[in-house]
Design a protein around this ligand. Structure first.
Ligand SMILES: [Zn+2]
Ligand SMILES: [Zn+2]
Length: 271
């Protein structure tokens, strides 16, 4: 089974770099070189000013063999996300795909930044997890996202809740299912201190029980991270019996079978 799609990439990285052929073409070249045929540009919404739709259109014209999706990663940044939301609403019809994520917790805490282990150690970990999933639910319900990114990012440094979260996660996933939102399988967790796929096997099992479809993703902040560990991800998906992934065009979701890929694509309207 070969994975062909990466629905989480950051061509701008961690700063504003307006889209241009110079910036984007190397990502298309690298995608092609590693066997990807479908990928989404999903820069952080705080850099939305760098997303130049005409440049994405030119990139598509220059690379007709690739499906290149216009996207964004919308999070709950206390400073920038109000403008990010307004931008997503304004450009909804030009966007193919919106990722939803939570990067900030109580007290405007950017919990996933390097060095935040000390703050994890200081806080009540059950309260941290509760706060995190409340914010995930709000994002899933926002009506502005097609797919939830790295659903259990809060585990990034390996701090675990002391109580079972099965019931809470069941409710969270139920809302994701109700909202017609997909779930990302992200290899980024394998390069973080936790060393585990986002989300965990337990969450994947619960999501499958609710027939929530998935995307495959690397969260690449350099083009060389695109498709990272996709063989390993494919092996895990096989173990779970996951044999199709979602692709998006103008927010319309299509499920593509992985064995025969597009040849046996079936239209799927989830709700
Ligand atoms: Zn993220
Ligand atoms: Zn990201």
């Amino acid at each position: 089974m070969r994975l062909f799609s990466d629905y989480h990439t950051h061509p701008q990285g961690h700063r504003l770099q307006p889209y241009s052929a110079e910036l984007l073409q190397p990502w298309a070249d690298h995608a092609r070189a590693i066997g990807l045929r479908d990928f989404a540009l999903t820069d952080h919404d705080r850099y939305h000013e760098g997303v130049v739709f005409d440049q994405i259109e030119r990139l598509r014209e220059a690379n007709p063999d690739l499906n290149i999706r216009a996207g964004i990663e919308l999070d709950n940044d206390p400073v920038h996300s109000a403008a990010g939301r307004a931008w997503v609403e304004k450009h909804w019809d030009r966007l193919d795909f919106v990722l939803g994520s939570v990067h900030f917790l109580r007290g405007d805490w950017a919990f996933d930044h390097a060095g935040e282990e000390a703050e994890f150690a200081r806080r009540d970990i059950d309260e941290v997890y509760g706060d995190y999933y409340e914010r995930i639910r709000a994002m899933a319900r926002s009506g502005l996202v097609d797919c939830m990114a790295h659903l259990d990012l809060v585990k990034i440094f390996g701090f675990r809740p002391t109580k079972s979260l099965d019931d809470l996660l069941d409710a969270v996933l139920g809302e994701i299912r109700e909202a017609g939102v997909a779930l990302e399988l992200s290899t980024a967790g394998w390069r973080k201190p936790v060393g585990e796929l986002y989300p965990s096997d337990g969450i994947i099992r619960q999501a499958l029980g609710k027939a929530i479809p998935v995307t495959t993703a690397s969260d690449a902040h350099s083009r060389f991270q695109m498709g990272e560990n996709f063989e390993r991800l494919a092996a895990k998906m096989s173990q779970f019996g996951i044999n199709q992934v979602c692709v998006y065009e103008r927010h319309h979701r299509r499920l593509v079978a992985l064995s025969a890929e597009e040849a046996s694509a079936t239209d799927s309207r989830f709700n």
